[in-house]
Design a protein around this ligand. Structure first.
Ligand code: ACO
Length: 382
């Protein structure tokens, strides 16, 4: 096989079709089921977008009300999940905590199946499981942050929609409308992005006819890495390291001399800017004004303009969302779990799509190890 036949990192490879989202780097656009993500973020609740991703159409008022009632009914942290999280060291990474919680939910939900051939479940069961995971994740993520801060868990409030309830669960205070709006937008922007590494991981696992929970657990593992979802956490470490706008130039000199990757910049698909950034940057600006933190905007703008002018590499969604979550009050280590809570919608939509039209995902490799040799020729070191 010629070297140029090998698509390292699967760069540029079209692995399948999907009806869930369309990324077009040429027009810098991202469509969920045909709708521009910016329009959805400006007008819709995250619940409505989740419905859209799973069902292909936005919900009617009655459908949304029914959907919200089911979501509210599945918000509670179960005793088994609480016990499993409590068994983990306080300094285990929150991504590992959420991964463990999903694994526990899956083991309980699929208990009694007994037969690997039946583990995959029916399409109806899997749609229901998607909604239940979506509903359960805010309590899991919030519980983790509160546990690390030595705070008791807070119960969900049935009078609050998803985004407001999520913030309530984390902070135990009724959130301001401007914060709810920014948070809701971030969830919508993070919800789906075609065949990114974690979604593709979920599809690979699903393609073996494994169950949805195993696919989500694998996706969480892929999301944790700083080249993917872990970048929103890593951006905040960079902000903390730099400190203030006046330090950007010197910090960048050193970082680039050390050939460091600057977290929150660059993208495998978008080479001229990430379609989601302007919407998230506008949400960040509302938070900067709300919390009166012009220093955050100054550091953000200075690092962006210096890095773009030096390298021509643009920010991705993790760049504005990191400081936005920090302003809201999330611990830096909780940022990527927030990404899980959003992307569970996209992952499960892809799992359902893969299940509906499955082909085992199994690429080839070119071999570059030793030529064929035989044991009889083996001479051990004496
Ligand atoms: N900082 C410094 N240099 C960079 C960066 C960056 N953030 N991103 C790309 N480059 C450089 C690379 O060093 C490479 O330079 P070279 O050709 O001189 O070796 C060139 O740009 C191409 O970069 P690749 O890493 O080969 O591009 P790829 O498409 O594989 O990577 C990726 C994309 C992984 C996102 C990369 O840009 C990166 O590591 N960014 C930082 C991590 C990050 O922000 N990830 C979030 C992704 S978006 C998301 O998950 C929501």
């Amino acid at each position: 096989m010629a070297d140029n036949d090998i698509k390292k990192g699967l760069a540029g490879v079209v692995a399948d079709v999907t009806a869930i989202s369309k990324v077009n780097p040429e027009t810098n656009s991202l469509l969920y089921r045909g709708y521009p993500v910016q329009e959805l973020a400006a007008t819709q609740s995250f619940e409505a977008v989740a419905y859209l991703l799973w069902h292909g159409e936005l919900p009617s008022a009655a459908q949304l009300a029914e959907f919200r009632a089911i979501e509210r009914a599945h918000r509670a942290l179960t005793a088994e999940v609480k016990t499993a999280i409590d068994a983990l060291p306080l300094d285990s990474h929150p991504m590992d905590e959420v991964r463990t919680a999903v694994s526990v939910i899956g083991a309980i939900e699929t208990a009694g199946v007994g037969n690997v051939l039946d583990a995959v479940g029916t399409p109806e069961q899997n749609l229901q499981r998607s909604l239940q995971l979506f509903a359960a994740l805010p309590a899991i993520v919030s519980y983790g942050q509160r546990r690390r801060r030595g705070l008791e868990a807070v119960e969900s409030r049935d009078d609050l929609d998803y985004a407001a309830n999520f913030l309530w669960l984390t902070f135990g205070e009724e959130p301001d409308a401007v914060v709810v709006d920014a948070f809701n937008r971030s969830m919508i922007l993070y919800a789906e992005h075609s065949f990114n590494a974690s979604t593709f991981t979920a599809r690979v696992i699903t393609s073996t006819l494994s169950d949805m929970y195993s696919a989500v657990v694998g996706a969480i593992g892929a999301l944790k890495g700083p080249l993917h979802g872990g970048a929103n956490e890593a951006v905040m470490h960079v902000f903390d390291e730099i400190g203030s706008a006046s330090e950007v130039s010197g910090w960048l000199d050193t970082a680039l001399a050390e050939k460091r990757k600057i977290m929150g910049f660059g993208h495998r698909v978008y080479k001229r800017g990430d379609s989601r950034v302007p919407t998230m940057k506008a949400a960040l600006d509302t938070l900067v004004a709300h919390y009166d933190r012009p220093d955050v905007a100054e550091l953000y703008d200075t690092l962006e303009s210096e890095f773009v002018s030096r390298k021509g590499i643009y920010p991705n969604l993790d760049y504005p969302s990191g400081p936005a979550y920090n302003l809201i009050g999330y611990d830096t280590l909780t940022f990527t779990p927030l990404f899980i809570a959003a992307r569970i919608t996209g992952w499960t939509a892809h799992i359902l799509e893969q299940q509906a039209s499955n082909a085992l995902i199994r690429p080839l490799s070119a071999y570059n190890g030793p030529d064929e040799r035989h044991i009889e020729e083996y001479e051990p070191d004496t």
